[in-house]
Design a protein around this ligand. Structure first.
Ligand code: AMP
Ligand code: GLY
Length: 421
């Protein structure tokens, strides 16, 4: 099969490496990719937002499957346009990607399907939103409805902070993503991520993971896309995993199907594990980054047939094998991230890190300079990942990998995995 993978992050390097090991693969093209994906296939330049260009590229290159990494092309309906041209693509349709594209959409679905989630209300006007917050009290959570690259959620510890967030979002700080807000009760518990493949009708549980969203040690400082992750998440016991499937994932799949907008692809549930059981915080309709970097090393089965089964409706014939090992990844970011990262600084020592047993260094925001030297070009730059018999073991190997990398302009959290170790 000839596969086109779309994206350029650590997630896409992890997907590219896993796909490159498939006996079914004859060619892997990555648009735009990064120096890491270039070791797994061929990077190509392609304007992803021009769907007609993507379609003609696929026709010219005889692409059998398009795998879409990030959310924006899904929400923009790339899967619909490819399907119309007869090209298979892994990921949800535009209508089904609303599970990530609109928080209000997901909350209404939770109501319809009786899915456990925080109580909420929706607002487009400032005054009633503030009145609601005053009636509820703090802490309370204010969310922009649309895609806001991780900047759309404020967990307000006081009414004043909540009112500031309402003003900022409804006055346009996040553009059209903030034309509507969702205000939610604040859930108490431990967060975890849960991944399931869906083929329209059936859901197949993959694995759990835990992310570290804050930039600083001890979960301090601003939110980021994720500074590290591990899988499995010990808080997601077999019993909790079954409850997530029964109370959250399967009702979602059934409701989307009943509405005539079946979901195909991967459902990434952000969960709060509360004393009453798992509650849905939000859905993403793609693999997480850096969660994908800890799922792929644990997946022992071929990924390609699983992705195809989500499109063909044949997931129930699959039961993928997972390693009993844990995996942990430490993100190395450029100084300045999540603000403006320093760009163009040299990075060395990746070979030393990868020579360690069970260590893989996934590239994210890297590039090659004119002398073919590796440089930073982005916020999150590397995801140094290790497998081991326990999270603790994977953690110490991953940090050995980090220590082998010579990049004075980078930084990383020293405590990835602390909750589980
Ligand atoms: P989201 O972008 O929806 O994943 O939200 C970002 C983060 O905000 C989540 O990972 C949680 O840490 C936090 N959060 C969102 N909603 C709630 C909630 N209802 N209760 C507590 N924390 C929340
Ligand atoms: N790491 C969180 C995400 O991919 O959204």
């Amino acid at each position: 099969m000839r596969v086109l993978l779309i994206g350029s992050g650590g997630r896409e390097h992890a997907l590219a490496l896993k796909l490159s090991q498939s006996p079914l693969l004859s060619a892997l093209l990555i648009a735009p990719g990064n120096p890491g994906t270039a070791q797994c296939g061929t990077n190509v330049a392609l304007a992803i937002t021009h769907h007609a260009d993507v379609i003609s590229f696929c026709q010219r290159e005889q692409i059998d499957l398009v795998v879409i990494g990030p959310e924006a092309p899904l929400v923009a309906g790339l899967v619909n346009d490819l399907a119309q041209a007869g090209i298979k693509a892994f990921g949800p349709s535009k209508a089904a990607a609303q599970l990530e594209g609109s928080k209000a959409f997901t909350k209404e679905l939770c109501v319809e399907a009786h899915i456990p989630t925080a109580a909420f209300a929706r607002f487009t006007e400032i005054a009633p939103a503030k009145a609601y917050v005053r009636s509820k009290g703090a802490p309370i959570v204010i969310k922009a409805d649309g895609l806001a690259a991780g900047k759309g959620v404020v967990v307000a510890q006081s009414i004043a902070e909540a009112e500031d967030a309402i003003d900022a979002i409804l006055q346009g700080a996040l553009g059209s993503a903030g034309a509507e807000i969702v205000i939610e009760d604040c859930l108490i518990g431990e967060e975890a991520s849960f991944f399931a493949l869906v083929d329209g009708t059936h859901a197949l549980a993959l694995a759990s993971a835990q992310d570290h969203k804050r930039v600083g040690d001890g979960d301090t400082g601003p939110n980021t896309g994720g500074m590290g992750a591990y899988s499995p998440a010990p808080i997601v016991s077999a019993d909790i995993a079954e409850r997530v499937m029964a109370e959250i994932i399967r009702p979602t799949v059934a409701t989307m199907q009943k509405r005539g907008t079946p979901f195909h692809g991967v459902l990434f549930a952000g969960l709060m594990i509360t004393t009453d059981g798992p509650k849905l915080i939000e859905y993403n309709t793609r693999f997480g980054d850096p969660e994908c970097e800890v799922l792929m090393p644990r997946l022992e089965s071929d990924l390609l047939p699983l992705l195809l089964a989500t499109i063909d409706g044949t997931l129930q014939t699959h039961s993928p094998q997972w390693s009993a090992d844990a995996a942990l990844t430490v993100v190395m970011a450029a100084k300045g991230y999540p603000g403006t990262p320093e760009s163009g600084t040299r990075i060395a020592g990746l070979e030393r890190a990868e020579a360690l047993s069970n260590v893989t260094v996934y590239h994210a925001g890297t590039a090659l300079d004119d002398h073919n030297a590796l440089i930073a070009k982005g916020g999150r730059v590397l995801a140094v990942t290790a497998r081991g018999p326990s999270i603790k073991d994977a953690q110490s190997r991953a940090y050995e990998g980090v220590a082998a990398i010579d990049w004075p302009s980078g930084f990383y959290r020293k405590d990835i995995g602390w909750r589980a170790v």
